[in-house]
Design a protein around this ligand. Structure first.
Ligand SMILES: *[C@@H]1O[C@H](CO)[C@@H](O)[C@H](O)[C@H]1NC(C)=O
Ligand SMILES: *[C@@H]1O[C@H](CO)[C@@H](O)[C@H](O)[C@H]1NC(C)=O
Ligand SMILES: *[C@@H]1O[C@H](CO)[C@@H](O)[C@H](O)[C@H]1NC(C)=O
Ligand SMILES: *[C@@H]1O[C@H](CO)[C@@H](O)[C@H](O)[C@H]1NC(C)=O
Length: 422
């Protein structure tokens, strides 16, 4: 019932600075449940009516508190994925649901927390000077971040970002995160606040989503500088639940299908937490529909099979390396990890104003590099289909250049495959 929780971005610090530990948060289940109905249940409404009546009857019988047991909080009603619902139910109701012939599976809902701390100004400045020294020679984007340089070169320390200018045109990155500050200069009007689980509150209050979105498609910090960025807000401040994340994924899934964006869309999920069969199920299903799900490996230094979405079939799961191409010590790992990308001291857009820039560390920062590269593969190389895009990314990746203990993960660094690199 009490599950170990996750975090998107860990603490940021220069490698020489005193290393504060990444906050590890333990949280209780919030008393909620996620209920998945069998595909054979044709009349969703009548099941919901039945579920509501069971809940009502059991509350009355035991004189239970409606604030603790709120009943169905929201439903999942996609044509493309499972039908079901999330809510808070008393033990008798839970038991009746389990025994219902309509119910395929149930899981306890969990609270999630993102821990993000920006690199303090002083440390960020120090690093800046070093970067400027390194980036004197210019070819394409001369002042690119070390992350962009690393995904376009076969050796660490490359001095520019080599990329195709049209990368990302007519594509969509669904950023399942804390929201996006769409007015930030990095986005040039290409970002949209499309969906939120919090009424009409789309605001990114912690900067995690804005930072990741700009790494995918920002004009300076982005991998694919023409893509559209679709904000799907599933975190308010730093917290959310499994059921809410699944709701955001379900919305994005349906939106991609409804707008004929299969073949030109990715789901970028810089998040990780307790293993969730329901989350894995919907992502596997999305991948089967040709939607590309990309996920952070997580920052718990454990096997990716222990968490979600990192363990979902069909997902491209991304670990993190630093600028020396050494594996990030907190990065999750495993045989099924897909590849690594830059994730330590990554500079990108901040959320406090339209020009702010911050550095963050974590596999959360590695994931958007690969989400951008998936869109790059679709637009520059004409690759479509989840398996094909994944194969293409693995084929283009730089092999055997990561230092450190990979714990059985493949030694591959994401790369855009440009022909000019050495
Ligand atoms: C989450 O945000 C709250 C409120 O801003 C803060 O008190 C708490 O320390 C944060 N937790 C983590 C893990 O960052
Ligand atoms: C790169 O240079 C351009 C033009 O000088 C500037 O607008 C931009 O902010 C710089 N980008 C980075 C990542 O420093
Ligand atoms: C890797 O993924 C496959 C397919 O999803 C699964 O069967 C296998 O158990 C996974 N291996 C590990 C080590 O998690
Ligand atoms: C924007 O925010 C940054 C901190 O990220 C700050 O240093 C800068 O002064 C702010 N700029 C404006 C115009 O408020």
């Amino acid at each position: 019932m009490y599950k170990h929780l996750v975090l998107g971005a860990g603490l940021l610090f220069a490698s020489t600075a005193l290393a504060a530990p990444v906050p590890q948060t333990k949280v209780a289940s919030n008393g909620g449940y996620i209920v998945v109905l069998k595909d054979t249940v044709k009349n969703f409404e009548s099941h919901i009516e039945w579920a509501r009546s069971v809940h009502k009857r059991n509350l009355a019988k035991r004189d239970l508190d409606e604030r603790t047991y709120s009943g169905i909080d929201f439903t999942y009603t996609g044509n493309n994925h499972f039908n079901g619902y999330a809510g808070h139910f008393d033990p008798d109701t839970v038991e009746e649901f389990r025994n219902s012939g309509d119910v395929d599976s149930m899981e306890e809902d969990q609270d999630w927390t993102i821990g993000t701390i920006d690199v303090p100004e002083s440390e960020a400045d120090e690093e800046e000077e070093e970067e400027e020294l390194e980036t004197r020679d210019i070819t394409e984007q001369k002042n690119a971040t070390w992350g962009l340089r690393s995904i376009s070169h076969r050796q660490p320390g490359g001095d520019n970002y080599i990329y195709d200018e049209n990368a990302g045109a007519d594509t969509y990155a669904y950023v399942i995160d804390s929201g996006i500050r769409i007015t930030h200069e990095e986005f040039e009007g290409r970002a949209e606040q499309a969906w939120t689980a919090y009424g009409d509150d789309h605001e990114d209050k912690i900067g995690h989503g804005t930072h990741c979105a700009a790494t995918i498609g920002g004009k300076n910090y982005g991998v694919t500088k023409k893509t559209k960025l679709i904000g799907v807000k599933v975190f308010d401040q730093n917290s959310t639940t499994t059921s809410i994340i699944i709701e955001g994924i379900a919305w994005a899934f349906d939106d991609i299908i409804a707008k004929n964006r299969v073949g030109k869309a990715v789901l970028s999920m810089s998040l990780g937490g307790t293993y969730s069969p329901t989350m894995n199920r919907i992502l596997k299903n999305a991948a089967r529909h040709g939607i590309i799900p990309v996920a952070a490996a997580g920052n718990d230094a454990q096997d990716i099979s222990k968490g979600s979405p990192s363990s979902a079939e069909g997902v491209i799961t991304v670990g993190a390396i630093d600028s020396d191409w050494t594996v990030y010590e907190k990065s999750n790992f495993g045989k099924n990890l897909s590849l690594y990308a830059p994730g330590v001291m990554i500079e990108s857009a901040g959320h406090t104003n339209d020009t702010s820039i911050v550095k963050k560390t974590g596999t959360s920062m590695a994931c958007p590099h690969v989400a951008g590269l998936a869109l790059y593969a679709m637009t520059v190389d004409g690759i479509t289909g989840t398996d094909n895009v994944k194969k293409h990314l693995l084929k283009n990746a730089t092999p055997d250049k990561i230092y450190g203990d990979l714990n059985g993960s493949p030694n591959l660094i994401a790369n855009n495959g440009n022909s000019q690199q050495e």
